[in-house]
Design a protein around this ligand. Structure first.
Ligand code: C2E
Ligand code: MG
Ligand code: MG
Ligand code: MG
Length: 293
């Protein structure tokens, strides 16, 4: 009986694996099709300057509607598939090009000057021609390089810190901004971190979420702000959802914030309307904000 039960269990398990593999493969070919058809989109989430309450930057986030189901698939699901299948290089180059083209169009339309931030995967960081691709995108879009920021996760940088440092140094020479994303979640060595030519740290959402619940999260967040400032870096908090979190971060002199409390990621036209309105998403240097959600 025991052996039979185990056999049955094994069988169910392997069918489950099979289903997952098939789903991944079909997801991968659908993503490949959408990329070829230029059917992905970018949404843009404001980064709000705490001193003025104004939008000073936006983060470009990839959005994909499955071509058959027409449902939006979360990047948390399709980015890993793109990474494992090698599609991330193509997706990444597209996102860079599209974000730069869009920001240049906003600037040409006379909208307030903002930085556009683009996420880079670890796989892109290891791409030998990454710097050439970024230089090429900047040249073709004619965007001021100072208005482009690249976000790299701590874990991507720590896979090969020496190589990462070389690549970051060459990227920095193009005149753009560099940020470390999801800061505090990887295993970075602070001694390496200090050597990277970066401009900004983004405090991971998991700490922001627990700010008023767990003393450790508050301690880590305020320490990261102090550390960043002592290193001459700017700090951004991601995933700010409540006025209480905003107040805490403001009191600890965080520079910028991003989160549903201010705005969720918006399609390009809605972001343009927000910029054009000149609306503040928070009161200047004061613990109250008004949400656009
Ligand atoms: P990330 O770079 O850390 O981006 C922040 C994520 O948090 C976004 O999720 C954003 O929509 C979400 N978020 C922002 N504010 C809040 C908030 O107040 N509450 C909550 N619960 N969530 C908030 P999204 O768009 O689903 O993207 C997930 C991740 O996928 C990103 O994390 C990034 O690592 C990756 N990703 C997205 N687009 C790209 C891309 O074009 N290239 C690469 N390589 N990765 C991308
Ligand atoms: Mg990011
Ligand atoms: Mg992040
Ligand atoms: Mg994150």
């Amino acid at each position: 009986h025991h052996a039979e039960a185990q056999g049955l269990k094994y069988c169910v398990f392997s069918e489950e694996l099979d289903r997952e593999t098939r789903e991944r493969m079909s997801m991968e070919s659908a993503l490949r099709l959408s990329l070829a058809a230029n059917a992905l989109e970018l949404h843009y989430q404001p980064k709000v300057d705490l001193a003025t309450g104004r939008v000073v930057a936006v983060e470009a986030l990839a959005r994909w509607r499955h071509p058959v189901s027409r449902e939006y698939i979360s990047p948390a699901r399709f980015i890993p598939i793109a990474e494992e299948s090698g599609l991330i290089q193509q997706l990444g180059a597209w996102a860079l090009g599209e974000a730069c083209r869009q920001n240049k169009a906003w600037q040409d339309a006379g909208l307030p000057v903002i930085i556009v931030a683009v996420n880079l995967s670890a796989a892109q960081l290891h791409q030998p021609d990454l710097v050439e691709i970024v230089a090429d995108v900047l040249a073709r879009s004619e965007l001021d390089p100072a208005l482009l920021e690249l976000e790299l996760t701590e874990s991507a940088l720590m896979e090969d810190p020496r190589q990462a440092n070389l690549t970051l140094t060459r990227l920095k020479q193009l005149g753009l901004q560099l940020a470390i994303d999801d800061f505090g979640t990887g295993y970075s060595s602070l001694s390496y971190l200090c050597e990277f030519p970066i401009d900004q740290l983004k405090i991971d959402r998991s700490f922001v979420m627990d700010l008023l619940i767990k003393p450790a999260a508050a301690a880590i967040s305020s320490s990261v702000i102090t550390l960043a400032h002592r290193m001459g870096l700017k700090v951004v908090a991601e995933g700010v959802e409540t006025a209480e979190q905003l107040t805490f971060l403001e009191r600890h002199h965080c520079d910028e914030m991003q989160g549903y409390y201010f705005s969720k990621p918006l399609p390009a036209d809605e972001l343009a309307a927000l910029l054009r309105s000149g609306r503040r998403l928070a009161s200047p240097a004061q613990a109250s904000g008004c949400t656009v959600l």
